[in-house]
Design a protein around this ligand. Structure first.
Ligand code: 0A1
Ligand code: ZN
Length: 880
């Protein structure tokens, strides 16, 4: 099967420094919904010796006028075709002025300048990362061209009372005909992907902030009037993360104002534009009535993520888009540290590792696998992936662990000192961290260059005569597309040894002069290595990869008893959870046709004991009681039957519920229900989390009773967490009470799109064959639209990417529906279509019937005329 993909890939090894630099850009923008005129004056510097003609990027721009150093250019002086404006006579020191027209309201891609909301009430905004600026004006649209931006916005005052751009305000005033203007100057040179503007009728909340180095800053959050009351939590979170960055990394904010704007129409989570962050409303608005506890945490995390970019991304930016993880992996890591500090370290680690396994491991194991620093791409927007973000963060974490807290801070200080104001590479980052600590970190570069999740095999042998324990570690990474051969990587393995009573043993590694605590890191950097521990008096149980010290799959022949011991005794919450996950995997692999294996028994017994003990934090207990997800189980199988996986996982949970027993579950549910206020305190959140889990177990044993409780919980819930948990149990288990609750929810949240998204999602996640008809009914709901990314994701994304037993029908109707909608979506918004298409990742490992149905749908899609480069790249890669 060949798919025509005419564009040649862009390769990392072809990188060349820009021929032209831009000292400054002055923009004058006359805003209108249908037509906006952009005048740009750029001061260029080029090396006259090189004599390359000036080439600027520009997509779908209507060129009105063009002049060089004040002289209007003739048709023979320039050429504009295929997204490039070439000007023949430019020389070092030239000023090029262009005037172009763009059409915001007609722009459905949500890239460049576009309209959010309706023509009457909506507002204008921009999204430039990665290559959106070329949809606004002509410019060298690459991150290694940094320029000083001066921006003047002009618009009708009545229709666009608020005018915002990045940088510091530098004046505003009135014009004739009811128009007004506002000017902004950004003192920090920046790449054009960090440019932003916003214009419309917006309200704000604000607060004064004094930075640690004494700058008075205005923090302002903007949104449409009807949701401005839901922005307070984000403003608090912003202040918290600013303080944290000052304290933890010594980084201060560097402009006089920091604007944050919420929009319902956004392709991604949020965007770190310098001084003017723009957020998907989903990650900015929060209130107890319509946001769950998880959503509160997500708002805090994303606000922090975007703010942290001001240093890791903006002050030090990326030389080219291959270095994307330089800013993203590092910023995700910083956000994870912050969230752990604000909430709970083990819970955050559990959440992040579970996310990595659910999203990044499957990516790394299939046709879309790519290194954290890819070597080539066609469409850069397709590389905002779990690998670049989440695995990238794990790499930073490994390195930070190697350097220790102080060493990492020293390294980061040197990184900022050396590269502030520059466009840097992963090599620069590793050199700074290494140099500050006199350590050679270049071996870690291989992690950035090699795709695939390494398998770490561990085997322990105890020699009672010598009282020695030998741990043999070996590593292997399977081939990935374009990378048949793999090299061994440095894998830091944090470990402890436990005796059979659950006590940690002192560690005396052969070669060390003495005992070195009860937890330490050993580094495997060869295909295989032996580590000998001395003075071990009895066969120990190793606790390996503590805190998930490296992003690998651990293969270790634990017995069920050994895992149960760790699940019961490990003092570290994360490792306790991890032991439970491994034990559940073992139980899953060994229990068939209702026969409980030893592993299943051990898992249920250990959890039932922890359940009654009541000494563990409620939230951690909720996580312990949750087996790995269906996607994680599927990831380990060579021939996947999603319906079977769903059934087997359900039966595992059924066993657990039985082992705990109805009466204990009920008693605990009642106990947890006494705290019914939707408070944000950790203890209240933890109760809600456990209550949901208990209800989910209860419904497996006694559906009628659980449905009654759920219906009551739905009616009396004081916040969204309890309400949605109850609704989800009712809907997923087909309760008679479900339809009334759904109707109520629909009505109650008719004017709240973020809440309504959840209404679509719970229904799209009904397991099994019932899901398809539900999805088909819902797409005809008047509130459904493909034009809004959140809404499209809430239905089709939830169905195709998070409901394996619903999407992967044997008749292929799930695939056919999604393929059809992908084609429609692609015509509106290629970025969103391409992302949804990744739901097909892994189809090659489906059992034969589903596999051929999936192939048919994908090939049909591939053959359609006029697919965007975004979608066709994903479809052709997935099909390989
Ligand atoms: N840099 C943003 C992510 C982002 C990427 C692309 C976008 O538009 C195509 C928008 C946002 C972040 O990491 O938060
Ligand atoms: Zn980011």
């Amino acid at each position: 099967m060949t798919l025509v993909n005419e564009t040649a890939p862009i390769r990392l090894r072809d990188y060349r420094r820009p021929d032209w630099s831009v000292e400054a850009i002055e923009l004058e923008i006359d805003l209108g919904i249908d037509s906006t005129e952009v005048t740009s004056r750029i001061t260029l510097h080029g090396d006259p010796a090189k004599a390359e003609p000036l080439r600027l990027d520009g997509e779908e721009l209507e060129l009105l006028t063009i002049s060089l150093d004040g002289r209007a250019l003739n048709a023979e002086d320039y050429r504009y075709e295929k997204g490039v404006l070439e000007v023949s006579d430019a020389h070092g020191g030239s000023v090029l002025e262009t005037r172009v027209r763009v059409q915001p309201a007609a722009n459905t891609t949500l890239e460049g300048l576009y309209l959010s909301g309706s023509r009457e009430h909506g507002f204008l905004l921009t999204q430039c990362e990665a290559e959106g600026f070329r949809h606004i004006t002509f410019f060298p649209d690459r991150p290694d061209v940094l320029a000083r931006f001066t921006v003047t916005l002009r618009a009708d005052r009545e229709r666009f009372p608020v005018l915002l751009a990045g940088g510091n305000p530098a004046g505003s005033g009135t014009l004739a005909d009811g128009r007004h203007w506002a000017k902004f100057v950004d003192p920090h040179p920046k790449p054009c992907y960090l440019f932003a503007l916003v214009a419309g009728r917006l309200e704000n909340i604000q607060r004064d902030y004094l930075t640690a180095d004494g700058r008075e800053v205005k923090l302002v959050i903007w949104s449409e009037a009807n949701v401005i009351d839901r922005c307070h939590y984000a403003l608090d979170a912003l202040e918290r993360c600013m303080r944290w960055d000052e304290h933890k990394y010594g980084r201060n904010y560097d402009l006089d104002v920091f604007h944050v704007v919420a929009t319902h129409d956004f392709n991604m989570g949020a965007m770190e534009n310098k001084g003017l962050n723009i957020f998907n409303a989903k990650y900015l608005l929060a209130d107890p009535d319509s946001s769950t506890d998880e959503e509160y945490r997500a708002v805090e995390a994303v606000v922090a993520h975007e703010y942290f970019h001001n240093w890791t991304g903006n002050r030090v930016t990326c030389r080219d888009w291959f270095q994307l993880s330089l800013k993203e992996g590092l910023t995700v890591f910083r956000e994870q540290q912050f969230s752990a500090d604000m909430n709970s370290l083990p819970l955050k680690r559990i959440e992040d590792v579970a996310l990595l396994r659910r999203t990044q491991f499957p990516e790394d194991a299939g046709p879309l696998a790519h290194p954290v620093r890819p070597a080539e791409y066609r469409e850069i927007n397709n590389f905002y992936t779990a690998t670049v973000y989440e695995k990238g963060s794990e790499l930073v974490r490994m390195i930070a662990g190697r350097l220790g807290q102080e060493g990492f801070r020293r390294g980061m200080d040197l990184y900022f000192e050396r590269h502030d104001g520059q466009a840097a590479t992963i090599e620069h980052f590793l050199s700074a961290l290494g140099d500050a600590n006199r350590i050679d970190l270049t071996p870690y570069l291989a992690w950035y260059a090699q795709a695939g999740t390494p398998r770490l095999h561990a085997k322990g042998e105890y020699d009672s005569a010598r009282r020695e324990y030998t741990l043999t570690l070996s590593q292997q990474t399977r081939p990935t597309p374009g990378q048949p051969e793999k090299t061994p990587l440095p894998i830091p393995v944090k470990l402890s040894l436990f005796d059979r009573s659950g006590t940690m043993l002192p560690l005396h590694l052969q070669g060390d002069a003495q005992v070195d605590g009860t937890e330490r890191v050993i580094v495997l950097d060869k295909p295989s290595q032996r580590f000998v521990f001395k003075h071990v008096s009895a066969p120990p149980v190793p606790s390996l990869l503590r805190g998930f010290s490296a992003p690998v799959v651990l293969e270790c022949d634990y017995s069920p008893e050994e895992l149960a011991l760790l699940l019961t005794h490990d003092a570290d919450g994360f490792n306790r959870w991890e032991a439970g996950q491994q034990l559940a995997m073992l139980a899953f692999d060994t229990s068939h046709d209702g026969n409980d294996s030893a592993a299943c028994k051990a898992w249920c017994d250990a959890l039932a004991a922890l359940f009654t003990l009541q000494t563990i934090d409620d939230a951690l207990l909720a996580d312990l009681l949750t087996p790995p997800g269906e996607i994680e189980f599927a990831d380990r199988q060579s021939e996947v039957d999603p319906a079977k996986i769903h059934a087997q996982r359900q039966s595992l949970q059924h066993r657990l519920a039985e082992r705990i027993g109805v009466s204990d579950l009920l008693a605990r549910y009642r106990l947890l229900s006494t705290d019914s206020h939707a408070q944000l305190e950790a203890a209240s959140q933890a109760k809600r989390r456990l209550k949901r889990r208990v209800l989910e177990l209860l419904v497996l044993l006694d559906a009628d009773q659980a449905h009654e409780l759920a219906a009551k919980q739905y009616d009396s819930a004081s916040g969204m967490t309890d309400r949605l948990a109850a609704l989800s149990v009712l809907v997923r288990t087909n309760a008679t009470q479900a339809s009334a609750a759904l109707a109520h929810f629909r009505e109650r949240y008719a004017d709240n799109p973020l809440a309504l998204d959840k209404w679509f999602t719970v229904q799209a996640q009904v397991p099994g064959d019932a899901a398809l008809a539900i999805v088909q009914r819902l797409e005809n709901d008047p509130a459904f639209t493909l034009k809004n990314p959140n809404r499209a994701r809430s239905l089709f994304g939830a169905f195709a990417s998070t409901n394996p037993s619903g999407f992967h029908r044997t008749d292929g109707a799930g695939y056919a529906l999604i393929a059809e909608r992908l084609a429609q979506l692609d015509a509106l918004n290629p970025q969103i279509a391409a992302r949804l298409a990744t739901a097909f990742n892994g189809w090659q490992r489906l059992e034969p019937v589903r596999r051929s149905a999936a192939r048919l749908a994908l090939e049909g899609l591939a053959q359609r005329e006029g697919l965007s480069p975004n979608l066709s790249e994903i479809v052709s890669n997935v099909l390989q």
